[in-house]
Design a protein around this ligand. Structure first.
Ligand code: SF4
Length: 447
């Protein structure tokens, strides 16, 4: 029977030392119960706790880390079938495919594209995560040369795809310390690939033609001592891949079937870009942890990046921007000062309207746990006292001559409290709708 948070808490030291990364043993017990941490994170767990909690605290889908320390990608550790049940944890890692048949010039050009690709959306920078290098030649030297070129050119973690253990060994040596993912152990070469993974402390893909064969293979690899595995089961079409992914996720979460409790890798390819985007989107929704694509076309990357951001945003946590004082346009010491909350959408709508108005301004963004204006006010997080304290703690008063603060029209009621807490400032109630900010600012500027 699964242990509850309270059962788990009783087995912990109860010293609240915080060394596990959460402030109290109770909070750690709750995370253990949710299977989002492992008992190993508590250095003081007793032998009894280790024995009793052991399997109960193990995440149903193993967390696997790939890539160099400065660009590490984590996949797995998921605990739910549907995002609305809680949240999906680690976004699908997008990997671009290269081969050792590509020329040095081609690799230099394409790896630079991977490195530089960045889509900025609601305050986040969305990038490509990994690169796969395929040993198409089957030879050692061209593979190692391509691996070095792709690792250096992209700066990303690599997936090394080869059937040749010698080529893999040489490439792994060239990438010492960069934790590439080895592709792949199969029922035919499991021992040789396991030896490589252990020698280079690298994660390993297990690839088999059916789910039964895959489960047998991962059990075999685990016995050989390889813990960080990623699953790959070939599928003749996306519908079958979707079915495989769903069965794997269900087996891991609903039946605690350990042999399939690992992240999943899928390939999507083809010249038909709309079909490729459709297939990749399907697998991203259900449940690809790593998706290997063979295109850098902007019209394919844009929808995939946006979809991924939407799926992997925690539904319990609004997207936030950093509380700060943002210059919009090129404000000077006499430019207007406006204030709002750190809900990302609010920030982007308000800053966009200010920018469109052509009136440069200072925009004060107050920490409100990412809530919108009215919600934050109702929750007591966007009060006159809090806004005043934020402004006083900042260097705004030394930077601007302006002593007029424009507040959102929906919270006109905080103006009195603000005047009390911000002596010397005039509080001006702005419009309720951000769309009316432009005319409002122009009127203020003309006054
Ligand atoms: S490290 Fe262990 S003892 Fe310390 S707070 Fe975490 S669970 Fe408690």
């Amino acid at each position: 029977m699964a242990l509850t948070g309270l059962d788990l808490f009783k087995l912990l030291p109860k010293t609240n030392c915080g060394e596990c990364g959460v402030p109290t043993c109770m909070a750690f017990a709750m995370k253990l119960a949710a299977k989002t941490v492992e008992l190993a994170a508590c250095p003081y767990a007793s032998e009894e706790a280790k024995e009793k909690i052991g399997a109960a605290s193990k995440p149903p889908i193993r967390l696997v880390k790939i890539g160099p320390p400065d660009y590490e990608v984590a996949v797995g550790n998921e605990t739910v079938m549907f995002r609305h049940e809680k949240t999906f944890v680690h976004p699908t890692a997008l990997a671009v495919r290269f081969s050792d048949t590509q020329s040095a010039e081609e690799l230099a050009h394409l790896t630079a594209e991977v490195r530089e690709y960045c889509l900025e959306r609601v305050g986040e920078q969305l990038r490509l995560d990994l690169a796969l290098v395929e040993n198409v030649t089957g030879a050692v030297e061209p593979f190692v040369a391509a691996v070095k070129a792709v690792a250096g050119g992209t700066g990303r973690g690599l997936i090394l795809k080869s059937d040749n253990p010698e080529a893999l060994d040489a490439a792994l040596q060239a990438l010492e310390g960069q934790r590439p993912l080895i592709h792949a152990a199969t029922p035919e070469n499991a021992e040789a690939m396991a030896a490589l993974a252990l020698k280079h402390k690298a994660p390993l893909v297990a690839r088999a033609e059916s789910l039964d064969a895959l489960a047998a293979l991962t059990a075999r690899l685990a016995k050989l001592g390889v813990q960080d595995l990623v699953l790959d089961v070939p599928a003749e079409n996306p519908a079958v891949a979707l079915q495989h992914n769903t069965v794997i996720r269900k087996a891991a979460l609903k039946s605690s079937f350990e042999p399939l409790g690992y992240p999943i890798l899928n390939f999507v390819a083809g010249d038909d870009l709309p079909a490729l985007v459709a297939d990749a989107s399907t697998l991203m929704c259900k449940y690809a942890s790593i998706l290997v694509i063979d295109t850098l076309a902007a019209q394919a990357l844009l929808p995939l990046m946006m979809l991924r951001q939407n799926i992997y945003t925690d539904p319990q946590k609004p997207i936030q921007v950093e509380p700060n004082i943002y210059p919009i346009g090129e404000p000077n010491e006499n430019s207007p000062v406006l204030v709002t909350t750190n809900f990302s959408l609010t920030y982007f709508i308000v800053s966009g309207e200010i920018e469109n108005s052509g009136v440069p301004a200072h925009l004060v963004i107050v920490e409100c746990e990412g809530q919108s204006v009215l919600t934050a006010w109702a929750a007591g997080k966007f009060t006159g006292e809090k806004i005043a304290a934020f402004i006083k703690a900042s260097d705004l008063e030394s930077r601007v001559e302006t002593r007029r603060l424009i507040i959102p029209g929906y919270v006109a009621q905080v103006s009195g409290e603000l005047e009390e807490n911000l002596p010397g400032w005039e509080i001006v109630v702005g419009p309720q709708e951000a769309a009316d900010l432009g005319p409002f600012l122009k009127l203020q500027a003309a006054a």
